[in-house]
Each structure stands twice: as structure tokens, then as C-alpha cells.
Design a protein around this ligand. Sequence first.
Ligand code: NDP
Ligand code: 8X3
Length: 252
Amino acid sequence: MVSYAIITGASSGFGAAIARVLAEEGFGLILLARRKDRLEALQQQLLGINPNVITHCLDVRDVKAVEQWCNQVDSSIKERVEVLVNNAGLAAGRNTIDEGLLSDWEEMIDTNLKGLLYVTKAVLPWMKIRNTGIIINITSIAGKEAYPQGNVYCATKAAVDHLTKSMRIDLLPHGIRVSSIAPGAAETEFSLVRFKGDSKAAKAVYQGFQPLVAQDIAETVRFIVTRPPHVSIHDLVIMPAAQASATHFRRD
Ligand code: NDP
Ligand code: 8X3
């Protein structure tokens, strides 16, 4: 019987790469994001590897939409959900705290923290049916270290880092393992989104060193989900070799 993995933010970057890796590992997939065309294109690519791919357009900030999605998932699939990857997220803007935009702050808090909570709350009863499961929260080096002009983004990721530890304790009786992966700089659409489409500013982030790529994070997810049931990976920090902290880079 196929086990299912749910991936939020599957339309791009880490989420799309994680989808490929988990399809290779034989998981059926439920892929969630807002961009329908991206999800459908990915579904087409994955069908050759694994026919059990379901896509659903979902804005994780919309609690009603999360509930509606939840209600329409087939019960035979719900009881086979083994993995949840809470990956959807973003940084919006890079300003000092006095210059930040309220709308950016709300978008980050609503997506990175509240959206993760909504999806997790929806999926947990499914994992509790069999008292098993793995939840992987994608945090960030920004959740471990504060950096200049990172303020609210750093705070959302620090919140998820702490939440992960608490979830692990709460879910212990249910046999649900909870992991976090905290990546450093990875070249995806992340900086393009952060700088609101300014490709020059986005490119400059990765100038002069070799950043991580989405596949690096996907391989880390593969490692976590392929551990035997008695092993739980709690907290992984994964950085480019040229990055020693949130702010220390070796650039050419
Ligand atoms: P991308 O911008 O490439 O991907 C972000 C994904 O999140 C997209 O699929 C996007 O889909 C989805 N998303 C954003 N907002 C929402 C929403 N409201 N509802 C549903 N889905 C949403 O960036 P990354 O792949 O790099 O980022 C993935 C995660 O990794 C994020 O949580 C990010 O904070 C974190 N991270 C990134 C690092 C990096 O350097 N790249 C480093 C450390 C952590 P859509 O727009 O279609 O909804
Ligand atoms: C993304 C990496 O260093 O820009 O979380 O915060 S960083």
C-alpha cells in the first residue's frame, strides 16, 4: 500500500525538489501551493516516476481553504499519510525594523507561522489514525541567528524552530517524529520573492560563492524519511561551504 507525503509550497524551489525525491522513494504525493500551472506541470513530470500525485491549489494563510481542502481528501488517502513537509514560506522585503512594511510582516507571519499551524492541525488527526508519521518543518539559519534587516523573517523562523521542539514533545505519545531543517543561502525563487521581482538584487545575494540548491535540501529530506522507525532526526543545519553563519560568507 502506497504511503502519502504532503508537501506545502511544492510549486517551486525546495518543495518541487522534495516532491521529486519523495516520488523516487515511492511515496504518493499531495502537492500544495497557490500556483496551479506550476503544480500541474510538476505533476506531469512526476507521473513517469509515480502515478499517485494529487495537486491542490491552496493558500496556507486561508484557514477556511485549509479546512475545505482537508474535508475533500479521500479517507483512504488520509489514513495513509506518513509525511508532512511544512515548506511553504517566504521573506518579504529586507528593511530595518523602523522601515518595514506592515503588509510584509503580516504576509510572513501568516504564511510562515500561522499557515504552518493550520496545515499541521488539519493533518495531525490523519497521522494519529495509525500513530505514526514524520513532520519536517523547513526553518532557516535565520531562525537560529538574527541578522541585520532580517527582523520579522528571522522571528517567524525562530518561532517555527521553537514550535518544532514543542510539537516533538506533544506528539511523542502518538509515535509522530518531528524534524526541522535549517538551511543557509540556497538559490531558488526565495530572493526574487523577497526583493519583489528585482532580479538584480536577487542575483547579488548569491554573487561570488556557490549557494545551496534545492536538491541539497531534498536529499536531506530523503535522509530523514528513510531512517528506520526507531530513529528521529531532530534538527539539521545545512549551509553552503562558503557560509559560516547567517552573515559570514567567503566570496570570490
Ligand atoms: P521559493 O520561493 O522557491 O518557494 C516558496 C514556495 O512557498 C513556493 O512553492 C510558493 O508557492 C510557496 N508559498 C508561498 N506562500 C504561500 C502561501 N501563502 N500558500 C501556499 N504556498 C505558498 O523558495 P524556497 O524553496 O527557497 O523556500 C521554501 C522554504 O524554505 C521557505 O519556507 C523559506 O523560508 C525556506 N528557506 C529558504 C532558504 C533559501 O535560501 N532559499 C533558506 C532557508 C529557508 P506559490 O507561490 O505557488 O503559492
Ligand atoms: C533564507 C536564508 O539567510 O536569507 O532563510 O535568511 S537567509
